[in-house]
Design a protein around this ligand. Sequence first.
Ligand code: OSB
Ligand code: MG
Length: 374
Amino acid sequence: MKLRVIELRRIAMPLVGPFRTSFGTQTARDILLLKVVTDGAEGWGECGALLDPGYSDEYLAGELGVLKDYFIPTLASSRGRDRVEAHGAHAVADLLHPFKGHRMAKAVLEMAILDAELREEGRSFARELGGVVDRVPSGVSVGIFEEIPQLLDVVGGYLDEGYVRIKLKIEPGWDLEPVRAVRERFGDDVLLQVDANTAYTLRDARHLAMLDDFGLLLIEQPLEEEDVLGHAELARQVRTPICLDESIVSSQTAAAAISLGACSIINIKPGRVGGYLEAVKIHDLAVAHGLAVWCGGMIETGLGRAANMALASLPGFTLPGDVSASGRFYKTDITEPFVLEEGHIRVPTGPGLGVTPIPEILDEVTTSIEHIEF
Ligand code: OSB
Ligand code: MG
């Protein structure tokens, strides 16, 4: 395949309601989309980076800058063009390897090129990545609220919709009480887990161990992302399984965390680890070590959601992921919306992502656009 044009497009999408985590409150999602036009097809990528560097050190303008200044020029060089022509998306990570970090920017380029390649060949993302099921169980991530009754209303609504797993965002001061309240109201059968987004330290180990009474599936990323040893120590002090999100940025960091005993479950987010191909490697590594994985989310539009459904259809994704319906975050998605069917979401089967932005809706949410010709 030959690259012809790359389009960088920023969009702004209002959320159906505020989403508060231990690192801040989102009321809208600013997203970088990247479209590649090749000699045979068009492909779409969605960058996971949030507007601010609050979840990780990546942020929208930073990823846009590194794409324009380094990554796209590298692909446009004669060596870059040759490699992509010969090996498609599989050449991208290797070509960009000399540049440190910025995995979400690497991931968006790889995703768009993979989409174009697969659309050209008429193959789906799920088929390419190794998916084995037609639909995936859908979990939902629930933000922090001011008051417990509000939380219970929201959780009750999601359970009525059919979501099969609830994840509560927690932080110091909002942990035991919301978990206890959800258990008391909705019972012990609800699949329930919590996500701290690095809000605790190892000094909180005894407090976190009090969550053991509630039969949670896991505690996600309680400590800082670089505190892998701390997680290994915490895992010895709490019975609830530890799951890592922010700490796992590559198959190498996954291998280290696994051998240190820092986690028994991994949340795989393709953007955070540099792309869907690296995500599959982490899946394979986890399966080989007997760990469970699940697919995380970054409040994606239908584009990222489509690719996440494909990833979540791999056999090692044995826990329900943050693969919710479009309506969880957006009143109007830029693609045809993903909907919940008996607590599951159908994995797209069409070529590439299997979904495409609806031009009028996309234009309405676009805040800037630029083109780079090859
Ligand atoms: O930690 O999983 C997280 C959203 C933005 C940044 C980080 C996280 C999240 C979520 C929502 O929990 C996941 C989703 O449903 O997209
Ligand atoms: Mg998380």
